[in-house]
Design a protein around this ligand. Structure first.
Ligand code: G3P
Ligand code: CA
Length: 240
């Protein structure tokens, strides 16, 4: 992989999800082809307890099917197609994903989307020796507490929706959470400096267009999740 990044991470968000069915092998491979040096994905559990990669609780938006991921066994889910731009692929298990990508020199942001996903996700990350290249993230503080209790060796990141104030930052410190993940709209260079001085890495989410991508890049964040990793690759390459 071309090294244009230094320590910055261009995470293909649910893969190259602007172009291909999100959270599928097709989308992840496309993200790498487009130059991403990280992958972000979402874990939740099927009815029979298999960790799979899927963003929404419900199947409708990406597959057109009724019901929720948790209403079906993994085997039943395999009859559905995840669709985008005329492309289709299957819902992938977290373990199959790790079999494909764990050996690659990438950073992985594994988001615990469903309740009760921490233990099974950590077990798989341990099985595939993912410690050095993984950050486990969630909007659900409880899942991160579960990770830090069960596997304190793993780095974690909190996806913040609420105001980022000292109360939150203190709570993160007490829990041992290493990375703060704010939405792009609250990110400024001054804030990033302040958060880094408090000892946090900072990763942005909510990069809704190219202008936001460029603006946030220059605030000094450690990385960002983008649906269009090709555009971020090109932007950074042209800055060099
Ligand atoms: O980068 C984190 C981001 O994935 C959080 O938002 O809704 O896409 O999971 P969401
Ligand atoms: Ca996510």
């Amino acid at each position: 992989m071309e090294n244009i990044y230094n320590n910055f991470i261009n995470y293909a968000h649910r893969g190259a999800s602007e172009y291909a069915p999100e959270n599928t092998l097709l989308s992840f491979y496309l993200g790498l082809y487009m130059g991403a040096n990280g992958i972000e994905t979402d874990v939740q559990l099927t009815k029979d307890g298999v960790p799979v990669l899927f963003h929404d609780d419900t199947l409708e938006r990406m597959t057109g099917e009724k019901g929720c991921v948790a209403d079906y066994t993994f085997s039943e889910l395999q009859s559905f197609n995840v669709k985008k731009n005329g492309l289709t692929d299957k819902i992938v298990s977290f373990e199959d994903f790790l079999a494909h990508f764990s050996h690659k020199n990438l950073t992985f942001a594994i988001e615990l989307k469903g309740d009760g996903t921490a233990i099974k996700s950590v077990d798989l990350l341990r099985k595939y020796n993912m410690l050095s290249k993984t950050i486990i993230t969630s909007f659900k503080f409880k899942e991160l507490v579960d990770v830090k209790t069960y596997a304190p060796e793993f780095r974690t990141g909190y996806l913040a929706l609420e105001d980022i104030d000292d109360t939150l930052l203190d709570k993160m410190k007490e829990t041992g959470i290493e990375e703060l993940c704010p939405e792009s709209k609250v990110i400024t260079a001054e804030k990033v400096k302040e958060w880094k001085e408090k000892g946090f890495e900072v990763r942005a989410w909510g990069i809704y267009n190219e202008q936001i991508m460029k603006d946030v890049y220059h605030t000094g964040v450690n990385g960002m999740t983008v649906n269009f990793p090709d555009k971020l690759t090109e932007y950074i390459r042209n800055l060099k």
